[in-house]
Design a protein around this ligand. Structure first.
Ligand code: MLT
Length: 237
């Protein structure tokens, strides 16, 4: 059920894929859409973002993203959900380039029947949709570095799986999915923010002065949206 390290598209074909980068790309995307951004356009390379921004026009879009956790030189915003306030981004198209998250969205879209964006901010909305969807599911965890594991993504995947089981589904669980369930159990028992503090990505964010982002990304179900990626953009219908 869960695919913690996305490595290709063979397991995605015709399935619903949920992409998760809880710290922070998918949390930022959900926040941007919740605060009335028109859409988020994920791109892999910063240069692509700059080019696209030129084509769209400075009035209509905002460039955002990070490398090593920090705002990319020349970009207007970083990858902190807290920067994506309604005042700043309502009515704009966000062009976003992050280390793993935006790459994962692009990869996960190849061949998938549908691509959803998941985070702790909207996890219940994702669960409710999936419990009715009646299709096979791949949960793509963006991970860390060169597709290394991220415990917080795994816990969010496990949260979805737990929700589906609680909704009466009996998913076939791979070892990865079972591991995700264990991670979810730990996150639930100690609380999300504390759990984030104990992860590699969480520690990194604290080190670069972005500790507040942990609480922002731990605000469970505060933004009940179901963002979808299609035609190169993430939006809520
Ligand atoms: C990523 O896309 O790799 C992450 O979201 C990194 C971050 O936010 O620092």
């Amino acid at each position: 059920l869960a695919l913690p390290q996305l490595s290709g598209n063979t397991e995605i074909n015709n399935k619903i894929t949920v992409v998760i980068d809880a710290l922070r790309a998918t949390s930022t995307i959900v926040t941007a859409l919740h605060h009335q951004a028109i859409e988020v356009i994920p791109v892999v390379e910063p240069a692509e973002a700059v080019e696209l921004a030129k084509n769209i026009g400075a009035q209509e879009c905002i460039t955002g993203g990070e490398r090593r956790g920090l705002r990319i030189d020349g970009f207007e915003l970083g990858n902190s959900p807290l920067e994506y306030t309604e005042e700043r981004i309502a009515g704009k198209k966000i062009i976003l380039s992050t280390t793993n998250g935006t790459k994962a969205i692009k990869l996960a879209s190849q061949g998938a029947a549908e691509v959803l964006i998941g985070s702790f901010l909207n996890v219940q909305a994702v669960i409710e949709y999936l419990s009715q969807a009646g299709r096979d599911l791949v949960i793509a965890c963006a991970g860390r570095g060169n597709w290394g594991l991220s415990l917080e993504d795994l816990a969010c995947a496990g949260w979805i799986i737990r929700g589906l089981i609680d909704a009466g589904l009996e998913p076939g669980l791979t070892d990865a999915a079972k591991t995700a369930l264990y991670a979810q159990r730990e996150a639930r028992s100690i609380g999300l923010e504390k759990f984030f503090r104990q992860t590699d990505n969480g520690r990194n964010l604290i080190e670069v002065g972005l500790e507040q982002d942990l609480a922002a990304c731990a605000d469970l179900n505060s933004m009940p949206l179901l963002p979808r990626y299609s035609n190169g953009r993430v939006a809520v219908e």
